[in-house]
Design a protein around this ligand. Structure first.
Ligand code: PMM
Length: 313
């Protein structure tokens, strides 16, 4: 395991109640789900929804969803992230039965094909059904806030649990994008999520953090979080970076009339953010374009960047 301990930057950590060693975390994150400094996890996005902002409506039937999940895995996804409820700004909620009915058959099919998966849900009942069907990671964009039962499911399963920074459901979240110092506030609110999770019996080694780009954040907030991503890495937990095709990239690349770059044409910008994030110590990146990301990471590795980063810290 010693080769895995170095992917956390050896910087002074803020004083903070939990003592977490990278070995403890890595002992929990085994096999292909284990991010290493030189092999960040590539999480491929598969939304089985009619309305997600990028791939919504494309994989609503079970066979096409399974086929796409397998294609993402073949292209280099270490984990395929399956979602059955859109979290785009303004999205209306679906009920738990609908959400579970969308994801469970897809997860079962992909599990049979040996594809490692996370379940992207804020509901404990959906997470439990997804884990029973073969998912091995919980990706909770509410960081355990939306459903207090999620901590029990994560604790009992002992699986990795991604806690994302969140302030409220998608319908209302833009109103909640108010910060004095976004980096400090997001960091502190994430640590509250960690404390709650650990207080509920979750092992700190199960926890992965995510600053939640685009969730109750405006473009400037997202740039601040991107710029200071290392502040999250320094907390000592694995950190996921998830900027893929998001609106702040579309705004950056707006045409002269101010129209944002269309969602499907934000890939080069996404790749640039992914490389910046892994260079800052990200555990993994959550992306739509898995092949392009795997290629970019191969260049990053071949360039010696992980080695240079380690020796510089
Ligand atoms: N963003 C979306 C959905 N799930 N999960 C995590 N951990 N982090 C994110 O930023 C995130 C997420 C947004 O929707 P998409 O599935 O269409 O990309």
């Amino acid at each position: 395991m010693s080769h895995q301990t170095s992917y956390i930057r050896a910087t002074t950590r803020p004083s903070y109640p939990l003592s977490v060693t990278s070995q403890a975390r890595d002992a929990q994150l085994t096999g292909e789900e284990s991010g290493r400094r030189d092999h960040p996890v590539v999480m491929g996005i598969l939304n089985v929804t009619p309305d997600s902002f990028s791939d919504g409506g494309r994989y609503t039937d079970v066979d096409s969803a399974i086929e796409h999940g397998m294609a993402l895995h073949r292209a280099g996804a270490d984990i395929v992230d399956i979602g059955g409820e859109s979290t785009r700004p303004g999205a209306e909620r679906v009920d738990a039965e609908t959400e579970a009915a969308r994801v469970v058959p897809v997860i079962a099919g992909l599990a049979a094909a040996g594809v490692p998966m996370s379940i992207d849900t804020t509901r404990a009942v959906v997470a439990a059904a997804a884990l029973a069907a073969g998912a091995t990671v919980i990706n909770d964009v509410s960081g355990g806030l939306a459903d207090r039962g999620m901590a029990t499911v994560a604790r009992d399963a002992g699986c990795p649990w991604i806690l994302m920074h969140w302030r409220g459901h998608s319908r209302d979240m833009n109103k909640l994008a108010v910060y004095h110092d976004v980096v400090t506030e997001v960091r502190d609110e994430l640590l509250e999520r960690v404390d709650d999770a650990v207080g509920a019996g979750v092992d700190p080694g199960q926890i992965i953090l995510d600053p939640g780009l685009g969730f109750a954040k405006n473009a400037e907030h997202n740039w601040q979080l991107t710029r200071h991503f290392g502040a999250f890495v320094d907390l000592g937990y694995p950190v996921l970076f998830a900027a893929s095709r998001k609106t702040y990239l579309g705004r950056l690349l707006a045409d002269p009339e101010g129209n944002p770059r269309p969602v499907g044409e934000r890939e080069a910008a996404t790749l640039a953010t992914s490389i910046l994030a892994v260079a800052a110590g990200a555990w993994g990146v959550r992306v739509h374009d898995v092949r392009g990301t795997a290629d970019a990471l191969a260049v990053w590795r071949a360039s010696g960047a992980p080695h240079l980063k380690q020796s510089a810290t």
